[in-house]
Design a protein around this ligand. Structure first.
Ligand SMILES: [Zn+2]
Length: 455
């Protein structure tokens, strides 16, 4: 699910490129707009969206063969889309459809060097290749990210400790390397264990970062180890910036307790169709209307105005390969509340992971991870450092667990009982205790390994 962003890819070349785009005019224009627009009224935001949508649809219809066909087949012209709800006349775009229509989704009026190739993480399912608009999509992305991080006081010159799936060549207990002239310290996500934790802590203290940027799985593992060793107040960053993976409530708690700071989380995708993040005063994800149009749909594809649904996004920031009504497969919970911060942005109470993630019961029914795991509270999870679910057989679910010292028989019992109860005794639970859980190629944590095909 929360797979994302090439902007943090490894390597000096891309870092240099990032600095360039950050300083570009596009960055500044977008950042200046967002400074004002975040306080616009709902009406102003909608007017802006309609203007952007009209521009995008005109471009797509004229220059992108796939969309010329989509409009023509329906007897539509871009001018027929006058209101946001008119967008519902256009079909959804799935990952499979992107693969099948790859060339026809590329804008014909763009030259080859304007296409920036990226690949999604594919932490579940096959990775998807696509193009962004070189120098534009990333610059805008940075402006949006900076606007979000401004809410917790982030400055580009601030020193950051980075725990984002990096593999650092390890030598003499050095599990880190300096980058951007010391402004970033990249810590290896692959060597965090009890034995190395004191070295990590020592380096963190010495480096004394203002912020920690992290995948939740990496930094919470370190925090759990620190807790076990009674290491507290080692460093006191202004905030921990968490993205690219689901942040579980137990992870947030352990991070806030261990580092005595605010955890700031956001939701975005490599496909750049939706971006949402927390604000100064709330943990709800504030969806940027300036970034694109975000819809939530029920299982029949109908747009809903509150509650749980699949997130569908139309991004404004990529004209090289426009994605309109793109179904990324993530499930979110849309709130009807307004936030106290005063922004009129729509809010997601939470993002719950991929709709495709399910467990198969003995009788062949599918239960989503949302229903089985994310929708209920497990006390046991605060005694688990890392957790991965594996299903090899129908009706069986293996919990691979890296446990803390506190984990005990009651925790096993709680997990078994809750899974049995919600599945009506259709899932047997098995426990497998391990020292560590392998990461994906990009250093992320994969929550479910599903080897049973649904019928
Ligand atoms: Zn708010």
């Amino acid at each position: 699910m929360l797979r994302k962003t090439n902007i943090f890819s490894n390597g000096m070349a891309s870092q240099a490129f990032n600095i360039l785009v950050r300083n570009s005019l596009t960055y500044k224009k977008t950042y200046d707009l967002l400074k004002k627009s975040q306080w616009w009224s709902a009406y102003q935001l909608e007017e802006y969206q309609l203007e952007q949508l009209a521009k995008l649809l005109d471009h797509a219809y004229t220059n992108v063969p796939y969309y010329t066909r989509v409009f023509d087949e329906r007897g539509l012209k871009p001018k027929d889309i006058q209101e946001l709800k008119d967008l519902q006349q256009l079909p959804f775009l799935t990952r499979d459809m992107v693969r099948a229509n790859f060339n026809d989704l590329c804008a014909k009026n763009y030259s080859p060097n304007q296409f920036q190739h990226v690949t999604t993480g594919g932490s579940s399912g096959t990775p998807l290749e696509l193009y962004l608009e070189r120098g534009v999509t990333d610059a805008k992305e940075w402006a949006f990210m900076k606007t979000q991080w401004d809410r917790v006081g982030y400055r580009f010159r601030d020193k950051c400790a980075i725990f984002r799936g990096y593999k650092v060549p390890v030598q003499d207990n050095t599990f880190w390397k300096s980058q951007l002239f010391g402004r970033w310290m990249l810590f290896s996500s692959y060597d965090i264990n009890n034995q190395n934790t004191p070295d990590y802590v020592k380096k963190l203290k010495e480096y004394n970062p203002k912020f920690i940027q992290a995948y939740p799985s990496s930094i919470s593992l370190l925090a759990m180890n620190m807790n076990e060793m009674n290491i507290q107040n080692a460093v006191n960053p202004k905030a921990i910036l968490c993205g690219s993976e689901n942040l579980f409530p137990t992870q947030r708690k352990v991070l806030e307790d261990t580092f005595n700071t605010r955890v700031y989380s956001w939701y975005g995708l490599t496909e750049k169709v939706v971006l949402a993040g927390e604000c100064e005063v709330s943990n709800n994800y504030h969806i940027f209307p300036e970034y694109g149009i975000t819809e939530l749909i029920d299982e029949n594809g109908k747009v809903i105005s509150s509650g749980t649904g699949e997130i569908v996004g139309t991004g404004f920031n990529n004209y090289a390969m426009p994605l309109i009504r793109y179904k990324m497969g993530d499930i979110g919970v849309l709130s009807t509340k307004k936030c106290e911060c005063g922004r009129e942005y729509p809010l997601l109470e939470r993002v719950e992971g991929r709709s495709q993630d399910f467990v198969v019961t003995k009788d062949g029914a599918k239960i989503t991870l949302t229903a089985l795991i994310f929708g209920q509270h497990f006390n046991a999870f605060s005694n688990i450092k890392e957790l991965q679910l594996v299903q090899e057989e129908k009706g069986e679910l293996v919990f691979n667990i890296v446990k803390t010292e506190k984990f005990n028989a009651d925790d096993e019992k709680e997990i078994s009982c809750k899974i049995k109860s919600i599945s009506h005794n259709q899932i047997d639970v098995f426990f497998n205790y391990v020292d560590s859980i392998p990461k994906t190629k990009r250093g992320k944590h994969r929550f479910l390994i599903q080897m049973v095909k649904a019928e």
